[in-house]
Design a protein around this ligand. Structure first.
Ligand SMILES: [Zn+2]
Length: 257
Protein backbone atom coordinates (compact mmCIF):
# COMPACT_ATOMS: atom_id res chain seq x y z
CA UNK A 1 0.00 0.00 0.00
CA UNK A 2 1.27 3.48 -0.86
CA UNK A 3 2.38 5.54 2.11
CA UNK A 4 0.24 8.61 2.77
CA UNK A 5 1.82 11.81 1.48
CA UNK A 6 2.92 14.18 4.22
CA UNK A 7 3.33 17.85 3.43
CA UNK A 8 4.74 20.50 5.72
CA UNK A 9 2.70 23.67 6.11
CA UNK A 10 4.45 26.69 7.60
CA UNK A 11 3.52 30.34 8.12
CA UNK A 12 5.79 33.31 8.80
CA UNK A 13 3.97 35.57 11.25
CA UNK A 14 4.84 39.23 10.71
CA UNK A 15 2.90 42.34 9.76
CA UNK A 16 2.46 43.95 6.35
CA UNK A 17 4.95 46.77 6.96
CA UNK A 18 7.78 44.42 7.97
CA UNK A 19 8.51 42.78 4.64
CA UNK A 20 11.90 43.60 3.16
CA UNK A 21 10.38 45.03 -0.03
CA UNK A 22 8.98 47.95 2.02
CA UNK A 23 12.20 48.57 3.96
CA UNK A 24 13.17 51.57 1.83
CA UNK A 25 9.76 53.28 2.08
CA UNK A 26 8.56 52.46 5.60
CA UNK A 27 11.07 53.46 8.23
CA UNK A 28 11.50 51.07 11.12
CA UNK A 29 10.81 53.73 13.73
CA UNK A 30 7.33 54.23 12.21
CA UNK A 31 6.34 50.60 12.91
CA UNK A 32 4.76 51.26 16.32
CA UNK A 33 2.30 53.79 14.87
CA UNK A 34 1.10 51.62 11.95
CA UNK A 35 -2.07 49.56 11.94
CA UNK A 36 -1.50 45.99 13.14
CA UNK A 37 -3.23 43.50 10.88
CA UNK A 38 -1.35 40.39 11.88
CA UNK A 39 -3.71 39.33 14.64
CA UNK A 40 -6.86 39.31 12.51
CA UNK A 41 -5.03 37.57 9.66
CA UNK A 42 -3.59 34.85 11.86
CA UNK A 43 -7.03 34.31 13.39
CA UNK A 44 -8.40 33.74 9.88
CA UNK A 45 -5.68 31.18 9.27
CA UNK A 46 -6.36 29.48 12.60
CA UNK A 47 -10.03 29.13 11.69
CA UNK A 48 -9.16 27.75 8.25
CA UNK A 49 -6.68 25.25 9.66
CA UNK A 50 -9.15 24.14 12.32
CA UNK A 51 -11.84 23.62 9.68
CA UNK A 52 -9.48 21.42 7.65
CA UNK A 53 -7.99 19.68 10.70
CA UNK A 54 -4.49 20.75 9.67
CA UNK A 55 -1.58 21.44 12.02
CA UNK A 56 1.12 23.90 10.97
CA UNK A 57 4.33 25.52 12.13
CA UNK A 58 4.09 29.26 12.87
CA UNK A 59 7.42 31.08 12.69
CA UNK A 60 6.56 34.11 14.82
CA UNK A 61 8.48 37.36 14.94
CA UNK A 62 9.53 38.41 18.46
CA UNK A 63 8.40 41.99 17.73
CA UNK A 64 4.90 40.66 17.03
CA UNK A 65 4.89 38.27 20.02
CA UNK A 66 5.74 41.12 22.36
CA UNK A 67 2.83 43.25 21.11
CA UNK A 68 0.18 40.53 20.78
CA UNK A 69 1.21 37.83 23.27
CA UNK A 70 -2.28 36.37 23.34
CA UNK A 71 -1.90 35.52 19.65
CA UNK A 72 1.05 33.22 20.44
CA UNK A 73 -1.00 31.55 23.17
CA UNK A 74 -3.90 31.01 20.74
CA UNK A 75 -1.61 29.42 18.13
CA UNK A 76 -0.18 27.07 20.76
CA UNK A 77 -3.57 26.22 22.26
CA UNK A 78 -4.83 25.26 18.80
CA UNK A 79 -2.16 22.54 18.65
CA UNK A 80 0.24 24.21 16.23
CA UNK A 81 3.99 24.39 16.59
CA UNK A 82 5.35 27.78 17.66
CA UNK A 83 8.78 28.57 16.17
CA UNK A 84 10.90 31.69 15.81
CA UNK A 85 11.20 34.18 12.95
CA UNK A 86 13.84 36.19 14.86
CA UNK A 87 13.03 39.46 16.59
CA UNK A 88 13.43 42.52 14.37
CA UNK A 89 12.97 41.09 10.85
CA UNK A 90 16.36 42.50 9.89
CA UNK A 91 18.02 40.13 7.40
CA UNK A 92 20.98 38.35 8.98
CA UNK A 93 23.44 40.03 6.62
CA UNK A 94 22.51 43.34 8.31
CA UNK A 95 23.26 42.04 11.83
CA UNK A 96 26.50 41.43 13.66
CA UNK A 97 27.02 37.96 15.12
CA UNK A 98 26.37 39.35 18.59
CA UNK A 99 23.15 41.05 17.50
CA UNK A 100 21.94 37.86 15.83
CA UNK A 101 22.76 35.71 18.87
CA UNK A 102 20.86 38.14 21.09
CA UNK A 103 17.82 38.22 18.76
CA UNK A 104 17.43 34.46 18.54
CA UNK A 105 17.91 33.95 22.28
CA UNK A 106 15.44 36.70 23.15
CA UNK A 107 12.75 35.54 20.72
CA UNK A 108 13.09 31.89 21.82
CA UNK A 109 12.78 32.82 25.49
CA UNK A 110 9.63 34.87 24.90
CA UNK A 111 8.00 32.29 22.60
CA UNK A 112 8.75 29.43 25.04
CA UNK A 113 7.21 31.43 27.86
CA UNK A 114 4.06 32.40 25.93
CA UNK A 115 3.45 29.06 24.21
CA UNK A 116 4.53 26.64 26.93
CA UNK A 117 6.38 24.76 24.18
CA UNK A 118 10.05 23.97 23.81
CA UNK A 119 10.66 26.23 20.80
CA UNK A 120 13.14 24.44 18.55
CA UNK A 121 12.61 25.82 15.03
CA UNK A 122 13.84 28.98 13.30
CA UNK A 123 13.28 30.66 9.95
CA UNK A 124 15.36 33.67 8.97
CA UNK A 125 13.72 36.87 7.71
CA UNK A 126 14.04 37.04 3.90
CA UNK A 127 15.52 33.50 3.91
CA UNK A 128 18.75 35.28 4.83
CA UNK A 129 20.93 32.26 5.59
CA UNK A 130 23.25 32.27 2.61
CA UNK A 131 26.82 31.10 2.09
CA UNK A 132 28.03 34.33 3.73
CA UNK A 133 25.81 33.95 6.80
CA UNK A 134 26.13 30.21 7.45
CA UNK A 135 27.77 31.15 10.75
CA UNK A 136 24.24 31.84 11.99
CA UNK A 137 23.56 28.11 12.27
CA UNK A 138 26.11 27.79 15.07
CA UNK A 139 24.41 30.60 16.98
CA UNK A 140 21.06 28.88 16.55
CA UNK A 141 22.40 25.60 17.94
CA UNK A 142 23.99 27.46 20.87
CA UNK A 143 20.66 29.18 21.61
CA UNK A 144 18.83 25.85 21.87
CA UNK A 145 17.27 25.50 18.42
CA UNK A 146 17.25 22.08 16.83
CA UNK A 147 16.26 22.87 13.27
CA UNK A 148 16.43 25.68 10.74
CA UNK A 149 14.20 26.28 7.73
CA UNK A 150 15.85 29.24 6.03
CA UNK A 151 17.98 27.92 3.18
CA UNK A 152 16.43 28.33 -0.25
CA UNK A 153 18.38 26.07 -2.65
CA UNK A 154 18.03 28.43 -5.63
CA UNK A 155 19.71 31.34 -7.44
CA UNK A 156 18.22 34.65 -6.29
CA UNK A 157 19.56 38.20 -6.17
CA UNK A 158 19.17 38.46 -2.38
CA UNK A 159 19.01 34.97 -0.87
CA UNK A 160 19.64 31.33 -1.69
CA UNK A 161 22.41 28.74 -1.82
CA UNK A 162 22.00 27.37 -5.35
CA UNK A 163 23.67 24.00 -4.78
CA UNK A 164 22.34 23.29 -1.28
CA UNK A 165 20.61 19.92 -0.76
CA UNK A 166 16.91 19.79 -1.62
CA UNK A 167 15.86 17.31 1.05
CA UNK A 168 15.73 17.63 4.83
CA UNK A 169 19.21 16.89 6.14
CA UNK A 170 21.40 17.09 9.22
CA UNK A 171 24.13 19.71 9.17
CA UNK A 172 27.57 19.70 10.73
CA UNK A 173 26.44 22.34 13.24
CA UNK A 174 24.11 19.66 14.64
CA UNK A 175 20.92 21.27 13.37
CA UNK A 176 18.41 19.73 10.99
CA UNK A 177 17.88 21.84 7.89
CA UNK A 178 14.40 21.91 6.33
CA UNK A 179 15.06 23.65 3.01
CA UNK A 180 12.40 25.60 1.13
CA UNK A 181 10.94 23.64 -1.76
CA UNK A 182 12.09 23.97 -5.32
CA UNK A 183 10.88 22.38 -8.52
CA UNK A 184 13.81 20.86 -10.38
CA UNK A 185 13.87 20.28 -14.14
CA UNK A 186 17.32 19.18 -15.31
CA UNK A 187 19.78 21.70 -13.91
CA UNK A 188 17.05 24.33 -13.46
CA UNK A 189 15.75 24.92 -9.95
CA UNK A 190 12.57 26.98 -9.58
CA UNK A 191 11.57 28.30 -6.16
CA UNK A 192 8.05 27.13 -5.36
CA UNK A 193 7.69 27.72 -1.63
CA UNK A 194 6.45 31.04 -0.35
CA UNK A 195 3.21 32.95 -0.75
CA UNK A 196 4.79 35.24 -3.35
CA UNK A 197 5.75 32.45 -5.72
CA UNK A 198 2.38 30.72 -5.43
CA UNK A 199 0.57 33.97 -6.19
CA UNK A 200 2.77 34.86 -9.15
CA UNK A 201 2.99 31.55 -10.99
CA UNK A 202 0.39 30.47 -13.56
CA UNK A 203 -2.01 27.76 -12.47
CA UNK A 204 -0.34 25.07 -14.60
CA UNK A 205 2.82 25.45 -12.57
CA UNK A 206 0.86 25.14 -9.36
CA UNK A 207 -0.46 21.82 -10.68
CA UNK A 208 3.15 20.73 -11.14
CA UNK A 209 3.79 21.59 -7.55
CA UNK A 210 0.80 19.51 -6.53
CA UNK A 211 2.32 16.61 -8.45
CA UNK A 212 5.60 17.25 -6.68
CA UNK A 213 3.89 17.00 -3.33
CA UNK A 214 2.97 13.44 -4.27
CA UNK A 215 6.66 12.61 -4.61
CA UNK A 216 8.58 11.18 -1.71
CA UNK A 217 10.40 14.47 -1.18
CA UNK A 218 7.18 16.37 -0.48
CA UNK A 219 7.13 20.14 -0.32
CA UNK A 220 7.56 22.92 2.18
CA UNK A 221 5.42 26.02 1.63
CA UNK A 222 5.75 29.08 3.77
CA UNK A 223 3.05 31.75 3.66
CA UNK A 224 3.25 35.23 5.08
CA UNK A 225 0.42 36.13 7.37
CA UNK A 226 -0.68 39.46 5.82
CA UNK A 227 -1.99 37.84 2.67
CA UNK A 228 -2.52 34.12 3.02
CA UNK A 229 -2.65 32.39 -0.34
CA UNK A 230 -5.47 30.01 -1.18
CA UNK A 231 -5.08 26.69 0.54
CA UNK A 232 -4.71 23.61 -1.60
CA UNK A 233 -7.47 21.04 -1.46
CA UNK A 234 -6.91 18.55 1.30
CA UNK A 235 -8.12 15.03 1.71
CA UNK A 236 -7.53 12.42 4.38
CA UNK A 237 -3.94 11.27 4.26
CA UNK A 238 -2.80 14.40 2.42
CA UNK A 239 -3.20 16.90 5.21
CA UNK A 240 -0.16 19.08 5.72
CA UNK A 241 1.32 19.38 9.17
CA UNK A 242 3.95 21.38 11.03
CA UNK A 243 7.63 20.54 11.09
CA UNK A 244 7.89 19.52 14.73
CA UNK A 245 4.79 18.61 16.71
CA UNK A 246 4.69 19.71 20.32
CA UNK A 247 4.62 16.44 22.27
CA UNK A 248 2.14 17.67 24.87
CA UNK A 249 -0.32 18.62 22.14
CA UNK A 250 0.05 15.24 20.48
CA UNK A 251 -0.78 13.70 23.86
CA UNK A 252 -3.72 16.06 24.28
CA UNK A 253 -5.10 15.13 20.88
CA UNK A 254 -4.70 11.44 21.57
CA UNK A 255 -6.62 11.71 24.80
CA UNK A 256 -9.29 13.88 23.19
CA UNK A 257 -8.51 17.01 25.22
ZN1 LIG B 1 9.37 37.35 7.29
Amino acid sequence: MARPVRNIFTIDVEDWFQVENYASVIERDRWPELELRVEANVDRLLALLAAKDVRATFFILGWVAERVPELVRRVARAGHEVASHGWSHRPIWNLTREQFAQEVRRSRELLCKLSGQDVTGYRAPTFSITRETLWALESLAAAGYRYDSSIFPVHHDRYGIPDAPLAIHRRDEGLWEVPLSVFQAGSLRLPVAGGGYLRLYPRALTWEFEAMSASSRGSCRPFRSPRPARSSPSSPGRRPHGIGRPPHMTEARRSGR
